[in-house]
Design a protein around this ligand. Structure first.
Ligand SMILES: [Zn+2]
Length: 236
């Protein structure tokens, strides 16, 4: 798999941030456009870890020169989404220690986001979170749909926290999270407990109880890690 060239060029162009794959002019904005397109492709699991990403393939797929592609690839590498393997750049994989570190940070940051949301959220933001929470309940039949709505729920909490630096840090953390294969919502019982946990976090935010919101959000991530480890390292 690692030696396969980049395929599905039309799909890749479909993931571009601008409509119909319209490329911006100018070298810097073009590099940014390539970066966003590849990042979207990784987020949507268009690639999986170990997939080789070749400069010339990306350039051809997206119809751009190699210079902006080189810049975009170097940025993806510095953000940990790509790594150097013996024959060139590949989609990075996370080993168990990295996963532990990632969730340790996530526990702190998601806890802080819930705390800030309890202090700063507008009533409209809280109402919107309740609507996402209901959509999460309705999504229980489909693990990928649950994963998407879960992402929206957490994103809603970050935004309701109104702290741009926290949001930026969480954004970077989510880049790493997308490198993890599949979703924890396939683990038996996880959808039901996650739903209950979301409900409790939300009620604490709605009650403006910052301590409780933070502590429940931290517990939620600790439970997600447990499900993640069960999923990835269980040999039963
Ligand atoms: Zn969640």
């Amino acid at each position: 798999m690692a030696d396969q060239p980049l395929e599905r060029p039309i799909d890749l162009l479909d993931l571009a941030p601008s409509p119909n794959g319209t490329k911006p002019a100018g070298r810097t904005s073009r590099a940014q456009w390539v970066y966003e397109t590849l990042r979207a492709a990784i987020h949507r699991h268009h690639f999986t870890h170990g997939d080789r990403i070749r400069e010339e393939d990306v350039a051809r797929s997206l119809g751009v020169s190699r210079t902006p592609v080189r810049e975009a690839l170097s940025r993806l590498q510095s953000r940990g989404l790509l790594e150097m393997a013996p024959g060139g750049l590949v989609i990075a994989a996370l080993a168990r220690p990295q996963i532990m570190e990632l969730y340790a940070m996530r526990e702190i940051l998601e806890g802080s986001a819930a705390r800030f949301a309890a202090l700063k959220a507008s009533q409209a933001e809280i109402d919107s979170l309740y609507r996402i929470h209901e959509a999460f309940d309705r999504a229980r039949e489909s693990a990928p749909r649950m994963a998407q709505v879960n992402r929206d729920f957490h994103q809603g909490i970050y935004e309701a926290g109104h702290n741009r630096y926290l949001m930026r840090t969480l954004d970077e953390l989510h880049d790493a999270l997308t490198l993890l294969p599949s979703t924890t919502f396939t683990v038996t019982g996880r959808p039901v407990t996650a739903l209950a946990e979301h409900g409790a976090i939300l009620d604490a935010i709605n009650a403006r109880d910052a301590d409780r919101a933070e502590s429940l959000a931290r517990d939620h991530i600790a439970h997600a890690l447990k499900a993640r480890l069960e999923l990835m390292f269980s040999y039963a």
